[in-house]
Each structure stands twice: as structure tokens, then as C-alpha cells.
Design a protein around this ligand. Structure first.
Ligand code: ADP
Ligand code: MG
Length: 356
């Protein structure tokens, strides 16, 4: 028997293969509305509402670095990224189960601080932390949060449901998280260099970080767009499809297109790149648009609406219309600011855990 490295099929290829193995289990689940493939699983329990559930892992050295991540922020992020997936279904978050694997040498105070961050974020979103599991860990800290939410059949928004001619919308700004990470990694490298050279830590370096606060915040302390879900409810809007941007605009728009059986055409000039990200990209001689398209971890909502509902969102300055849904054959296209149209399938796309 030969063994295939996971990098050959990537994260999404692996999920697809595992999903095929799990498929027979779904046969005995008549209440399951959506299984693997959306931001949350969707199921009915007999009442008037539909339930949604999601889970997200934060692994030390994969998702965070303790040198650059305050515990309180990490706890808040662990809750927010799950609330973000619940919001992507147009649902209200309800309960969380929190599991942690902690190295033996980690002090109690650190985990308490992590929990204070979680409790603080959970209270703001109206989420109750209702259980979990605790283990020691031989290598690094791991946090796994599972969250449930609730909505109605009429308000439920899936990744599938986008139709040609509809408008593509995104909340907030993009690229901030990738820009913040860049700054933090440079800071870490400088700090380690000073330590190696036995130099005293230069406090001015931290002072200089002030101008990057916005982007660093995007990375360390993302907020789920719970406010947008409330706006949808108050304005009687139900997106025809929706996803939260965790992997990057290209990759996540790709998920909507694949699940809906459509294509998409977006315009660079309409993509709301975070101004701080532009400034940081200039300093690092990198491209802020690339961060917006494939940096990921911005946790904004990407959704589609019939053209006729444009007026409903036109007054919301926090929502940008970035393009139009097309027929599947058109693929995933981007027209740049010079009028050149490129196929996003030829670009790098978003984050994949197993690709090099
Ligand atoms: P998101 O970025 O919204 O959290 P992911 O890309 O992590 O979504 O996952 C895509 C889909 O695959 C989701 O429906 C998720 O529940 C499912 N999934 C991911 N990993 C596994 C796994 N190991 N077993 C079963 N389903 C999985
Ligand atoms: Mg998601």
C-alpha cells in the first residue's frame, strides 16, 4: 500500500474524502437539513426554529503564537470565529462548549485570562458557555470551541442559493488581518534578534506599533458581524447565499460559486481594502489587494442579494457591492483597476492548511 501525502489533495480535498466516508451516517438523520459543506451543520429538532452548529480549532503555532498573542485576545477570538460561522447562516448564536488541551507548564493565571477573554466575548454576543473538556497537551496549547445557534427556515442563509444576475456584497474592510499579522511577525523577529544579541528590549519599537493598531486588532481581536445579522433582521433582508470570510475572498467566494453552481465577476475598484492595510503593504512592499483576496481571517460576511434589493442595503455604509453572480461557465473573474480581467482560478486563492 502506498501512502499519499495530504499536501497532494490539500485541506479541502481531505475534507471531501472524509465527507464521503461519513456519508452513510447521514442516512439515519432525517432532521439534518445541511451536513458537511456549509459554515454550520443545520438540523431540526421539532420546534418552529432550525438549529445550527459549528466547531473551530485554534492550534498554537498554526493559528497563534504566544509571543505575539495576549491570552485575553485569544479567548475572545476563539469565541468570535465561531460566532462568525453562526452569523454566516443568518442565525443567532446560543451555546458554546469549550475544550482545551494545555501543556503542563502553563500557569493557571494564563488559562484564567484566556477564559476571561472568552467570557467577555460570549457575553457581548449573548452566548452561554455551557460545557467543554480539559486535557493536558504534550505540545502546545489547543482550543476547540463548538457553538450552536438558532434561526428560522425562512431566515436561514446557505452557501448555495446564489443565482446569476444577483449582486455580491461584503461587509466592512478586508486585508486588515493579514496586514496585522505581517507587523506582528516582524515585531517578533526583532524581539528575538534583540534577545539573541543580548540587547535590552527596545520599548520604542512597541510605541511605533501605535500606527498599526487597527490592523493588529483585526488580526488578534476580530469581531463577528453579529451587527449585520441584526441589520438583516430589522430590514427584513435574507441573503440568497452567505459565507464568512475566513480563508480569503477568492476562496470563500469560490465556495459560494461551487455550492450554488454559478460563476462570479468582481471588480477590484469596489473591493473594500482596509486603508491601514494599504499603508502597511506599501511599507512592506507587498500588495494589499492580495491580502484582501487571499489573506483570510477577516471574518467579514460575503453574501448575495437579488439586484432588486439593492436599495435595502444602499444606505448601509458598512456594506460594499463588489460584483455580480454569473453563469457557472464564466468562472471566477476579477476586473482590475486598469480594466484588465483575470481568472481568479489562476491565482493563489486562500489559506489551505496542508498546501506548501
Ligand atoms: P469554515 O471555514 O466555515 O469553518 P471549513 O472550511 O473549516 O469551514 O469546513 C468546511 C466544511 O467542512 C464545514 O461544513 C465543516 O463542518 C466541514 N468539515 C471540516 N473538517 C471536517 C472534518 N474533519 N470532518 C467532518 N467535517 C468537516
Ligand atoms: Mg465559515
Amino acid at each position: 500500500m502506498s501512502f499519499k501525502p495530504i499536501s497532494e489533495i490539500g485541506e479541502f480535498g481531505l475534507i471531501e474524502q472524509l465527507s464521503a466516508i461519513a456519508a452513510p451516517t447521514i442516512k439515519n438523520a432525517p432532521g439534518l437539513v445541511e451536513g458537511i459543506g456549509d459554515d454550520c451543520a443545520v438540523y431540526r429538532t421539532g420546534g418552529p426554529t432550525v438549529q445550527v452548529a459549528t466547531t473551530d480549532l485554534l492550534v498554537e503555532q498554526v493559528h497563534f503564537d504566544l509571543l505575539t498573542t495576549p491570552m485575553h485576545h485569544l479567548g475572545s477570538k476563539a469565541i468570535s470565529v465561531n460566532v462568525s460561522d453562526i452569523c454566516a447562516m443568518n442565525a443567532e448564536p446560543r451555546y458554546a462548549l469549550v475544550s482545551i488541551a494545555v501543556p503542563r507548564n502553563v500557569p493557571v493565571e494564563m488559562i484564567e485570562e484566556l477564559y476571561r477573554g472568552m467570557a467577555h466575548a460570549a457575553s457581548r454576543y449573548g452566548v452561554a458557555i455551557a460545557g467543554g473538556d480539559t486535557s493536558s497537551s504534550p505540545s502546545g496549547l489547543t482550543i476547540s470551541v463548538t457553538m450552536t445557534g438558532e434561526t428560522t427556515q425562512e431566515r436561514l442563509a446557505l452557501r448555495k442559493g446564489a443565482r446569476p444576475g444577483e449582486i455580491i456584497c461584503v461587509t466592512g474592510t478586508l486585508g486588515g488581518s493579514a496586514a496585522g499579522l505581517k507587523v506582528l511577525l516582524r515585531e517578533k523577529a526583532m524581539m528575538l534578534e534583540q534577545l539573541r544579541n543580548n540587547e535590552p528590549y527596545n520599548k520604542d519599537v512597541m510605541a511605533e506599533l501605535k500606527e498599526y493598531t487597527g490592523a493588529i486588532r483585526c488580526h488578534l481581536l476580530p469581531e463577528a458581524r453579529h451587527d449585520t445579522i441584526r441589520f438583516f433582521r430589522d430590514s427584513n433582508i435574507v441573503p440568497t447565499s452567505m459565507i464568512d470570510i475566513s480563508d480569503g475572498l477568492t476562496s470563500d467566494l469560490g465556495h459560494i460559486c461551487r455550492r450554488s453552481g454559478v460563476g462570479a465577476h468582481i471588480e477590484e475598484a469596489r473591493i473594500p481594502v482596509m486603508p491601514d492595510a494599504r499603508a502597511i503593504a506599501e511599507e512592506f512592499q507587498e500588495d494589499a489587494l492580495t491580502w484582501a483576496l487571499s489573506g483570510g481571517e477577516d471574518y467579514q460576511l460575503l453574501f448575495t442579494l437579488p439586484k432588486g434589493r439593492y436599495d435595502d442595503i444602499a444606505g448601509n455604509r458598512d456594506i460594499s457591492v463588489i460584483g455580480t453572480i454569473t453563469e457557472a461557465e464564466e468562472g471566477l473573474l476579477l476586473t482590475d483597476i486598469y480594466g484588465m480581467t483575470i481568472d481568479l482560478a489562476d491565482t493563489e486563492g486562500g489559506f489551505d492548511h496542508f498546501r506548501q
